[in-house]
Design a protein around this ligand. Structure first.
Ligand code: TYC
Length: 111
């Protein structure tokens, strides 16, 4: 039977017959992904703050708070996006860090 119908056997005038009913559309929101920044011992704090401002549109205060949380806790969430955007942001941060010869790393994780 097609996905767009639910089928039912029903009895009509003593006979078993077959009815169809429009099925509810099975729509699911696409999953979201967290961009997670990892701490390391070498990337300067100021560089991390700039990265958070540039790639995640954070204010200086927000960026400093996230940087400090990552520094103290080992990792932290920079933002939540669709898969494509999350992948792109993680790549951009990692590339920017490599261009500046820092080991800073971002990874993505499904919410
Ligand atoms: N731990 C680094 C330092 O002491 C700073 C830092 C913070 C590095 C956050 C990476 O994701 C990071 N210079």
């Amino acid at each position: 039977m097609s996905d767009i119908y639910n089928s039912h056997d029903i009895e009509q005038d003593g006979e078993l017959t077959f009815a169809t009913q429009a099925a509810k559309p099975k729509l699911k929101r696409p999953p979201l992904y967290k961009v997670i920044m990892l701490n390391d011992d070498y990337t300067p704090m100021d560089f991390v703050v700039e990265v958070l401002k540039i790639f995640f549109s954070m204010s200086s205060e927000q960026a400093f708070a996230v940087m400090r949380a990552v520094h103290e806790q080992g990792k932290g969430v920079c933002g939540v996006y669709s898969k494509d955007i999350a992948e792109t942001k993680a790549e951009q941060v990692t590339q920017c860090a490599r261009d500046n010869e820092y080991p800073l790393l971002c990874e993505i994780e499904q919410e």
